[in-house]
Design a protein around this ligand. Structure first.
Ligand code: PHB
Ligand code: FE
Length: 327
C-alpha cells in the first residue's frame, strides 16, 4: 500500500496570514480569534487557543488512547494504525439529526496534516502546552512561529527515570527551573548505595522534585515502565484541553492540590458525575466514559495506564468489563 503523505495546504495565505488545510472531506481555516472546520454535512467554530491546545496534545501523544475530543463536536479516535477524524460522532444531537460525520485515515497522513497546521497556526507568542499564566497570546494575525514548543516530544522513560542510559531527574542546568507554584517542594534526592554488579538495575529519584520542575501542563510523561504498566505523572493548571474518551480503564492518584473531573458518557456526552479529587485521593475512570479535568492551582497527578494493545478490543467486545475492580 502506498501512503500519500503530501499535506494539502493552500498555496496562499488568507487575509490574516494563515494557510488553509484540507484532509479528506474536511477543511480547516483560522483567523485572528477562531478556527473554522467544515465537512460535507456541516461546519464548526472553535476559539484558536482551545483548538491549538487540543491539537498540540493530539500530535504530541500520537492520538493517545481512544478518543481525543477537542470539544463536544470535533475530535479523533485512535485505532492504532489508522485514526477516525469525526464531527458530531459523540454528540447526541448531531447523531439524532444524522449530521455526524467521520472519516478513517492512515495515521501518518493525519499526523503530517495536524503537525503542519499546528506549526502554521501557532504564533511566536504562544506555547500550547504552557499554563495560560506562562504563555503569551494565541490570537491575532500571523506573527512568527514557535517550533521549539510545538515539536516537543512526549518524555518517556524506557525503564525508569534515573537508571543509566534512561531519562534523568530534572535540574536547573538542564533548563528545568522549579515552577513558581512549587517553590516549597523539597528538592532532596534519595541516596542509593548500590551493590556492585547492580548499577544498571537500581536507582531512585524524588517524583515530587521531578514534577516541580515540569514546564508543561496536562502532558503526562512516562517515568516508569513495568511490562504494560506505565506510571504517567503530570502537572496540571487550568483546564485539560481535551475531553478524553477512554478505551480502557485509567487510574488517577492525586499527588497534590485538587482537580475537579467532569465525567460524561463517552458516546452521548450525557453527564455522569463530577469527581473532586484532593491530595491523596485515588480514582479509576471506567472505559466507557469521557472526562475533562479542572485544576485551580498547579497540581500533581499520577495517571496509571495499562498500555496493552489487547485491552480496547477485549472491552469493546464485552470480554473485559468497563470497570477495573469488583469489591
Ligand atoms: C487523561 O485523559 O486521562 C489525562 C490526560 C492528560 C492529563 C491528565 C489526564 O494531563
Ligand atoms: Fe483519560
Amino acid at each position: 500500500m502506498t501512503i500519500q503523505l503530501d499535506v494539502d495546504r493552500s498555496a496562499d495565505v488568507n487575509a490574516d496570514g494563515y494557510h488553509e488545510f484540507k484532509l479528506g472531506e474536511f477543511s480547516f481555516g483560522r483567523d485572528e480569534f477562531f478556527v473554522y472546520i467544515k465537512w460535507p454535512t456541516g461546519g464548526h467554530i472553535m476559539s484558536a487557543d482551545a483548538f491549538l491546545r487540543a491539537l498540540q496534545r493530539d500530535v504530541a501523544w500520537d492520538f493517545f488512547y481512544g478518543i481525543v475530543n477537542f470539544d463536544g463536536v470535533f475530535g479523533t479516535v485512535n485505532h492504532y494504525g489508522t485514526v477516525d477524524m469525526f464531527a458530531g460522532r459523540y454528540n447526541d444531537s448531531y447523531r439524532k439529526a444524522e449530521l455526524d460525520y467521520s472519516e478513517n485515515l492512515e495515521t501518518p497522513v493525519i499526523r503530517e496534516t495536524f503537525k503542519s497546521m499546528l506549526s502554521d497556526w501557532t504564533n511566536q507568542s504562544f506555547d500550547p502546552f504552557a499554563s495560560p499564566h506562562e504563555t503569551g497570546s494565541a490570537f491575532g494575525v500571523k506573527n512568527g512561529a514557535n517550533e521549539a514548543a510545538v515539536t516537543r516530544q512526549r518524555v518517556a522513560a524506557a525503564r525508569m527515570v534515573g537508571l543509566p542510559g534512561d531519562q534523568q531527574p530534572r535540574t536547573d542546568e538542564m533548563g528545568f527551573p522549579i515552577n513558581r507554584m512549587f517553590a516549597d517542594v523539597d528538592q532532596s534526592e534519595p541516596v542509593v548505595e548500590v551493590e556492585p554488579g547492580f548499577e544498571d538495575e537500581v536507582a531512585a529519584f524524588s517524583l515530587f522534585a521531578y514534577l516541580s520542575r515540569s514546564n508543561v501542563t496536562w502532558n503526562p510523561s512516562v517515568v516508569s515502565v513495568c511490562k504494560d504498566s506505565l506510571a504517567c505523572p503530570t502537572t496540571e493548571e487550568y483546564i485539560l484541553p481535551i475531553i478524553h474518551g477512554n478505551d480502557r480503564v485509567e487510574w488517577f492518584i492525586q499527588l497534590s492540590d485538587q482537580i475537579t473531573w467532569e465525567v460524561e458518557d463517552r458516546d452521548t456526552g450525557a453527564v455522569r458525575s463530577r469527581v473532586v479529587m484532593k491530595a491523596g485521593d485515588v480514582s479509576a475512570m471506567p472505559a466507557d466514559i469521557r472526562h475533562q479535568g479542572y485544576s485551580p492551582k498547579r497540581s500533581m497527578l499520577l495517571v496509571w495506564e495499562n498500555n496493552s494493545q489487547a485491552i480496547p478490543e477485549a472491552i469493546a467486545s464485552g470480554k473485559a468489563p468497563t470497570y477495573p475492580i469488583e469489591f
